[in-house]
Design a protein around this ligand. Structure first.
Ligand SMILES: C[S@@+](CC[C@H](N)C(=O)[O-])C[C@H]1O[C@@H](n2cnc3c(N)ncnc32)[C@H](O)[C@@H]1O
Length: 212
C-alpha cells in the first residue's frame, strides 16, 4: 500500500501516522486514452514546471502529470487551464496504482521520472519508486520503441536503478550521462529539484531506457 506520512504532535510526542493514498476507481481522463495522440506521463511531477513547459511546446501529444502529493498541482492545473493547455492533465495519485489499474498495455510513448525520492537510509530503501518490478510495469505500458527518461542526483540510487534495469529482465536499450540531459528538448526548464541540485554543484545522473 502506498502511504503518505503525516507527522502529528500528540501529548508532547511526535506520532507518525500513515494515510493511504486516494484510490481511483475510474480513470478521470478517459479522453487521454481514447485519443490517437501519443501519451506522455511524468511520474512524481512535483511543482509541474517541466511538464507544463513541454505541453506548451507541443499540442501533438497528450500529457499526464501524476504526483501523490497534491500541494502544487491545483495551482499548476489552474495555470495550465488559463493558458489553454487542454492536452495536459494533472492527477493526485500513486502513479503505481494508476499505471497498474488504468493505463492499458502499450499505450504510453514516453515516461519521465525526475529526481524520485532517494530514501538514502538503508532501512528505507524498500520505499524507493524505481525497482525491477516497477520497471517491468513501465515496460509493459510503453509502446514499442517507447522511452523512459529518468534523472537523480543520488549516485547510489542511480546504480540501484541500473541494477534494477538488468533485474527487470526486459529488453531495454540503455543510455546514460552525467550532467547532460538525454532528452532532445534540452532547452526546456529544469525541474525544481534538478535546478536545486545543479545550483548546489551536485553531479546529476541521467538515464534513457528504450523499449526495443
Ligand atoms: C524529490 S520530488 C521530485 C519532484 C520533481 N520531479 C522535480 O524534479 O522537481 C519526488 C516527487 O515524487 C512524488 N512521488 C513519490 N512517490 C510517488 C508515487 N508513487 N506516485 C506519484 N508521485 C510520487 C513525491 O510526492 C514528490 O513530489
Amino acid at each position: 500500500m502506498t502511504l503518505e506520512k503525516i507527522v502529528a504532535e500528540s501529548a508532547g510526542k511526535i506520532q507518525k501516522i500513515w494515510k493511504p493514498e486516494p484510490r481511483h476507481t475510474e480513470f478521470p481522463f478517459p479522453e487521454l486514452l481514447k485519443s490517437t495522440k501519443p501519451l506522455e506521463i511524468e511520474i512524481g511531477c512535483g511543482k509541474g514546471k517541466f511538464i507544463t513547459a513541454r505541453a506548451e511546446k507541443s499540442t501533438e501529444r497528450n500529457l499526464l502529470a501524476i504526483d501523490k502529493a497534491g500541494k502544487w498541482l491545483k495551482r499548476r492545473r489552474l495555470s495550465a487551464e488559463k493558458r489553454g493547455l487542454a492536452h495536459l492533465k494533472f492527477l493526485v495519485a500513486d502513479a503505481r496504482e494508476i499505471l497498474r489499474n488504468h493505463i492499458p498495455q502499450g499505450r504510453v510513448s514516453i515516461f519521465h521520472i525526475y529526481f524520485p525520492d532517494p530514501w538514502p537510509k538503508r532501512r528505507h530503501r524498500d520505499r524507493r519508486l524505481v525497482t525491477a518490478d516497477f520497471l517491468r510495469l513501465l515496460f509493459d505500458r510503453l509502446v514499442p520503441g517507447g522511452l523512459l527518461y529518468a534523472a537523480t542526483d543520488d549516485a547510489d540510487y542511480f546504480q540501484a536503478i541500473k541494477k534494477a534495469v538488468q533485474e527487470s529482465g526486459c529488453a531495454w536499450q540503455m543510455r546514460e550521462a552525467c550532467n547532460t540531459r538525454l532528452t532532445t528538448d534540452v532547452e526546456l526548464p529544469m525541474t525544481n529539484y534538478e535546478n536545486r541540485f545543479f545550483t548546489a554543484g551536485c553531479d546529476l545522473y541521467y538515464l534513457e531506457l528504450k523499449k526495443s
